[in-house]
Ligand binder design. Structure first.
Ligand code: KG4
Ligand code: ZN
Length: 338
């Protein structure tokens, strides 16, 4: 019988202070998330300085809660995994310092994790991964198609050339005076409206797996402003439905084409926008038609930022022998294929 591996994950790259303990890379023993959304709402977005201060206040409390909930002590842990980037530098630093302090004080191996690798590995908390696989990563800061031939190997085959999908959602929501973060509000409205407005879809070059959402975002803003100048109003639910259809059309089409071209066994959905009901439904419909490719979609709580996903990705890195030293630093521009 092989020994269980217990990894404690820490995630502070944006506006969630999160600590989790995961057994053998897939079994969640605890997953504590302290969200700061309420503090940033009145500014319409994340204020980096406020985020860092909240992380400082929360990290020890969340850490203790995660250990207590999992009923483990530091002595039981095999590794500490922490998000080292990308993200807000001041926010990342709090997690990295907390991880280094614990690793040093208790003599536990330390592993640095890429935030997007974490989002992808949220899927391993759902089911075992089968390679090769393709992951559609859609978050507030990233829109990427990532090909993986094996554990821990990430090849970005397409990415956004301008705005990330979540960013476009948040900006369109702002135009419609919806609260931050706007994605869930647009998603909800979209289901109440009809996609009757003609909005652009950026397919780019025929063979490209890249994305572009800034043209669509501008088209939505112009549509709202032009209508206002004419003294007309556009039903926000129809605008939300039309915008969502444009985004989802492109995401689903490119994911299906890449999955078939790369002959993958699984397609994983990852990142905060993976919580989008329209996207989940359309992907399910598309992959129901394709034999031999399994679609995996994590539950909502594992789509948005959390530390269980960091512990899951960290476990693989730990098993592969990856170790960070106490000189580990926050790296806001870290590449996933580095
Ligand atoms: O992955 P995440 O929690 O943080 C980043 O790493 O960026 O993603 C946050 C993003 C926000 O832009 C938020 O508006 C979006 O995910 N989001 C959604 C939905 N839920 C969250 N976007 C569309 N539909 C949703 N239901
Ligand atoms: Zn994220």
């Amino acid at each position: 019988m092989t020994k269980d591996i217990l990894v404690l994950g820490i995630e502070t790259s944006c506006d969630e202070t999160a600590v989790a303990i995961v057994k053998n890379g897939w079994e969640i023993l605890s997953n504590v998330v302290a969200s700061q959304i309420e503090s940033h709402k009145r500014f319409g977005g994340v204020v980096p300085e406020i985020a860092s201060r909240h992380h400082v206040e929360q990290i020890t409390i969340v850490l203790e809660e995660a250990l207590k909930e999992a009923n483990v002590t530091f002595a039981d842990l095999d590794a500490i995994a922490v998000t080292e980037g990308p993200g807000l530098v001041g926010a990342l630093l709090i997690g990295v310092h907390a991880a280094k302090a614990v690793a040093f004080a208790h003599n536990i191996p330390l592993v640095g994790v890429h935030h997007i690798a974490g989002h992808i590995y949220a899927n391993r908390l759902v089911t075992e991964l089968a390679f090769p696989l393709l992951s559609l990563v859609v978050s507030g800061g990233h829109t990427e198609l990532v090909y993986m031939k094996e554990h821990g190997s990430f090849e970005v085959i397409g990415e956004t050339r301008d705005d990330a999908a979540g960013e476009a959602y948040d900006k369109v929501a702002r135009t419609l005076s919806l609260p931050y973060p706007g994605g869930p509000h647009i998603d909800r409205l979209a289901h109440e409206g009809k996609p009757i407005l003609d909005l652009p879809r950026a397919w780019l070059e025929p063979d490209s797996y890249d994305f572009s959402f800034s043209g669509l975002k501008s088209a939505v803003i112009n549509t709202v402003h032009n209508a206002a100048q004419r003294g007309e109003t556009i039903a926000p639910e129809d605008l939300a439905a039309s915008f969502q259809e444009s985004v989802v059309d492109v995401l689903v089409m490119k994911t299906v084409r890449a999955a078939e071209e790369y002959k993958v066994k699984q397609v994983l959905l990852a990142g905060g926008v993976a919580a989008n009901k329209g996207l989940r439904t359309r992907l399910e419909e598309a992959f129901a038609q394709i034999q031999g490719i399994e679609l995996i979609i994590p539950p909502l709580s594992l789509c948005t930022d959390n530390a269980a996903m960091i512990a899951a990705a960290g476990t693989i890195a730990y098993e592969k022998g990856k170790r960070a030293t106490l000189s580990l630093n926050a790296n806001p521009g870290l590449d996933i294929d580095q």
